[in-house]
Design a protein around this ligand. Structure first.
Ligand code: TYD
Ligand code: MG
Length: 451
């Protein structure tokens, strides 16, 4: 029998210690160390390496991976063109965001195209899944479902069913009987993921694993999971809004930072192939505090409306509330506005919102955000009609270039925009005829053009 001893494992990052600690020295989380029995014989069988002889790089065939088409092009896109055979994908998201719905729809499409798909649910009974299936109208005869949480039984089911694709919903519900720790604990998650990985790699079956996230947006349980899998997708959105965004966090087989956009409906998730059109559907132009900006998400240009509201307050600590924009970025822009333009916000609450639930990353939206804030402070709308604004703001108030500015201007032209404000250093590559392009090298210059 395997010798076992007890260790304390951080439930956030997987750090192990022989004695209990109040604070994890690795990730600095408080009260995260939980006693677990350490099995000496944890399988360390990692991914299967096929070639173990060094070869010259020129003699290696460039790997065009064999992929499964999920029948959902927005999902294929974030995966880099479909599900790579034998790959392990983690999909994380808050409860109720739509993970099970999306995966059931994908599972059904794959079953219809390629053969048996096994959907293992540790959260819902087979009848509940069937009810969902009825509602989504996904009832391929090759879609097999099982409600099971015991890893050893799941292994048997996989062997008996011999599927082309397996979904595990969710990793936190699985347990291995030989281990004493509770489902969802670091050692269970790690061991079960290891088992799944070795089945996937040896039998060349791709797996999708659902993982819950904590309130803070972290992957619940161990970070280690992220390192083990090939692809990490995150499913995001406001529960009260109908848009859902699927984002690539890591991808060994494609681009990261790619996104897929969906809309929730009674019949399940509908993909949105032209996000700009939807995000701008209700955008009024030349409204006080509102600006349309352009961002590149993965390979795709997307236009969204950003709104700012600045109101006077007597509070000692004025509010800075940003939805869809990084708070640090907002603070930086406010600081530049105060220092360079002498527009003061210390006695103001500031609210910023990106319409449609997109989280803007990068610096594409800096200049637009600054103009939206000024528009609200001044209670004055922008003077240019159908305007898109792109540009990063530097600490000295200069407007810095952004990557793929030409693609954003093309997208704006396609969407019927009349004016674009872009960084001066991006202007050489812009050749558009149906949109007036104004290039600026500083914040002050941009302000003079729009107010
Ligand atoms: P669900 O897929 O169960 O979320 P998760 O697996 O991430 O916890 O979806 C939550 C609920 O929302 C569920 O009752 C079904 C409903 N729903 C729709 O009605 N339409 C949709 O398009 C989606 C995504 C969900
Ligand atoms: Mg679910």
């Amino acid at each position: 029998m395997a010798k076992s001893k007890s260790v304390f494992v951080c439930q956030e990052c997987g750090y192990e210690s022989l004695k209990w600690l109040g604070k994890c020295p690795n990730c600095n989380t408080w009260n995260s160390m939980v006693e677990e029995v350490k099995e000496e014989k944890i399988s360390t069988k990692q991914s299967v390496i096929l070639n173990n002889e060094p070869r010259s790089i020129v003699s290696i065939k460039s790997g065009e991976y064999e992929r499964l088409d999920t029948g959902i092009s927005e999902l294929n896109r974030v995966l880099g063109g479909g599900i790579v055979k034998g790959s392990l994908t983690l999909i994380s998201g808050a409860p109720g965001i739509g993970k099970s719905t999306l995966l059931l729809q994908a599972a059904n499409n794959i079953a219809g195209r390629y053969g048996k798909v096994l959907y293992v649910s540790g959260e819902e009974s087979e009848e509940q899944i069937k009810m969902r299936g009825d509602r989504l109208n996904v009832l391929s005869k090759d879609l097999y479902v099982i409600s099971e949480t015991n890893m050893d039984k799941i292994k048997e089911h996989i062997t008996n069913t011999n599927p082309v694709f397996v979904i595990i919903d969710s990793i936190q519900t699985l347990f291995k009987q030989s281990m004493t720790s509770a489902p969802g604990s670091v050692s269970q998650v790690r061991q079960n993921s290891n088992d799944i990985m070795s089945i996937g790699k040896t039998q060349n079956i791709p797996f999708f694993i659902v993982a819950h996230i904590t309130k803070q947006g972290e992957l619940a349980g161990p970070r280690v999971l992220e390192h083990m899998v090939d692809t990490v997708l995150s499913f995001e959105g406001e529960r009260t809004q109908e848009f859902r965004i699927l984002r690539t966090i890591k991808n060994r087989f494609g681009n990261t930072s790619e996104i897929g956009v969906f809309e929730m409906s009674q019949e399940g998730l509908k993909q949105i192939l032209n996000p700009s059109a939807v995000f701008l559907e209700e955008a009024g132009f030349q409204k006080e505090g509102s600006i349309v900006i352009g961002v590149i998400e993965g390979t795709r240009p997307i236009l969204v409306e950003i709104q700012a509201l600045v109101t006077e307050t007597k509070a000692v600590m004025p509010r800075r509330t940003a939805v869809g924009v990084d708070n640090l970025r907002l603070n930086l822009i406010l600081a530049v506005l105060e220092k360079k333009l002498r527009v003061y916000f210390y006695n103001c609450d500031v609210y910023v919102n990106v319409v449609g639930g997109l989280n803007i990353e990068g610096t594409f939206g800096d200049l637009g955000l600054a103009l939206a804030l000024l528009s609200s402070v001044k209670s004055k709308a922008i003077s240019l009609e159908r305007l898109i604004v792109v540009g990063e703001i530097g600490l000295t108030g200069e407007v810095r270039p952004v990557t793929f500015c030409d693609r954003l201007v093309n997208e704006a032209e396609k969407m019927g925009f009349k004016n674009a404000i872009i960084p001066y250093r991006n202007k050489d590559r812009i050749k558009n005829k149906n949109i007036d392009v104004i290039s600026v090298s500083s914040l002050v210059e941009a302000i003079n053009k729009v107010f």
